[in-house]
Design a protein around this ligand. Structure first.
Ligand SMILES: Cc1cc2nc3c(=O)[nH]c(=O)nc-3n(C[C@H](O)[C@H](O)[C@H](O)COP(=O)(O)OP(=O)(O)OC[C@H]3O[C@@H](n4cnc5c(N)ncnc54)[C@H](O)[C@@H]3O)c2cc1C
Length: 392
């Protein structure tokens, strides 16, 4: 039986950050992961360039049963703190859009940085090591792995969510929470886009076309690209909306966020335009989408000058507020994150320690704090990992 101060389950962003901080405090730390590679999700993130943080991180960028829970961690370890580390490792980066910071060359640089920091803090990392179970005996945690039993005063669960099982995602973090009597918030795949039902099957004709638009879902509004797929909707704006979606909810799409369509058509009409509506509309939105919308919602093939204002207004209103009812989201095979997880009422917002089970910590995606697309999920992994690392 090997004894350490701290055992961390999961060598993703949260687990490694926690290990570095605890190691720097002189604690003996072992990080265990069943995957062969550490930071598997970091490596594939951001299209291989890792969107490692966002310049403005606020509770409104997260979905959680308790929107205030994340505040303390973000105040203690900020995006600037992580950026300083990236700079001190001379990793070149750039702001892509909306405050999103990406590596210039490769996400590998972030994993190398974390591994180097672990090494200099004396943290042991054991990969290819499956965790079979955990128990607490006389105040000491025992982690039963395929190789050996590890003992520690502090056990940190950083096993992430259920998304991308082929990369090693498992539900063990949730099982451990349940085993120790901690409540869970219902989990669902998120940041995965939508599958549409049979009523919208004809939208598959638009597969591959992207449109810049606004999408709102249950009070949250996003503006980015929407991509039509064979099965539904993808692209950043659909991914964002899928985080807020619940079964049965509608999504509302504004296909012309910058131009008031009715006024715009009226002006063209006043100028005596003899073009068909679909052809005029294709000046604003991709022609295939304009044609599809007209074939579906605007029967008249008359030139604009002959179209009644009532008919035109009805069509324009629909395009500003096009409602669809997705059948579901795409699922864990494509989801960037898992929404829900260990209920934050169970944890200290300062340390991430369980209130019921001293010495047991949950950090990163396994906790019910789920960020928007845009670097927010990694910042949560860094900040929550850092907080636990100060005390484990
Ligand atoms: C395709 C994709 C792209 C993404 N891009 C971005 C991005 O650009 N920016 C951003 O902010 N977020 C991004 N995310 C989300 C981000 O990757 C996660 O939120 C973040 O990695 C969570 O970190 P974590 O340490 O909590 O969990 P993870 O990174 O999931 O780490 C958990 C670790 O636990 C290990 N583990 C699981 N079960 C066991 C077990 N039974 N025994 C031992 N080990 C186990 C896993 O192998 C894994 O290494 C992306 C996600 C995906 C899937």
């Amino acid at each position: 039986m090997a004894s350490n101060d701290v055992v961390i389950l999961g060598a993703g962003g949260a687990g490694l950050m926690c290990g570095i901080e605890a190691g720097r405090r002189g604690r003996s730390v072992i990080v265990v992961d069943h995957s062969e590679k550490v930071g598997g999700k970091i490596l594939i993130s951001g299209g291989g360039r890792c969107n490692f943080t966002n310049l403005s991180v606020a509770p409104k960028n997260y979905v959680s049963e308790n929107e205030h829970f994340c505040k303390s961690a973000f105040a203690r370890f900020t995006p600037q703190d992580f950026i300083q580390r990236v700079e001190s490792h001379k990793i070149p980066y750039h702001e892509k859009t909306l405050g999103q910071l990406f590596c210039d060359d490769s996400a590998k640089r972030i994993v190398e940085m974390l591994k180097e920091d672990c090494q200099s803090a004396g943290v042991q990392i054991r990969t290819g090591c499956k965790v079979k179970g955990v128990k607490k005996h006389h105040g000491v945690f025992q982690v039963d792995t395929e190789a050996e039993v590890l003992e520690a005063e502090s056990l940190v669960v950083a096993t992430g969510g259920l998304s991308l099982p082929k990369l090693g995602a498992t539900g063990i973090g949730y099982e451990i929470a349940k085993q120790f009597g901690l409540k869970l918030v219902e989990r669902a795949p998120a940041l995965d886009g939508f599958v549409l039902g049979p009523q919208d099957a004809d939208l598959a004709q638009l597969a591959g076309v992207a449109v810049d638009c606004e999408v709102s879902c249950r009070g949250s509004l996003f503006r980015e690209a929407l991509l039509f797929t064979h099965r539904g909707l993808s692209g950043p704006v659909a991914l964002q909306a899928s985080l807020h979606w619940r079964p049965g909810s509608m999504i509302e799409i504004n296909l012309s966020p910058d131009q008031h369509l009715f006024e715009w058509f009226r002006e063209k009409k006043a100028q005596g335009s003899r073009m068909q509506v679909k052809n005029i509309l294709s000046d604003l939105i991709p022609a295939r989408v304009a044609e599809w919308l007209c074939s579906k919602y605007f029967e008249s093939t008359e030139p604009l000058i002959s179209v009644s204002e009532k008919e035109l207004k009805k069509f324009c209103d629909r395009l500003h507020s096009w409602k669809l009812q997705p059948q579901g989201t795409v699922g864990y095979s494509k989801a960037e994150v898992t929404r829900g997880g260990v209920d934050t009422v169970e944890l200290s917002s300062k340390t991430m320690e369980s209130k019921k089970v001293p010495g047991l910590y949950f950090i990163g995606e396994v906790v019910d704090v789920t960020g928007w697309l845009g670097g927010y999920n990694f910042q949560w992994a860094w900040s929550s990992g850092w907080c636990a690392g100060q005390v484990v």
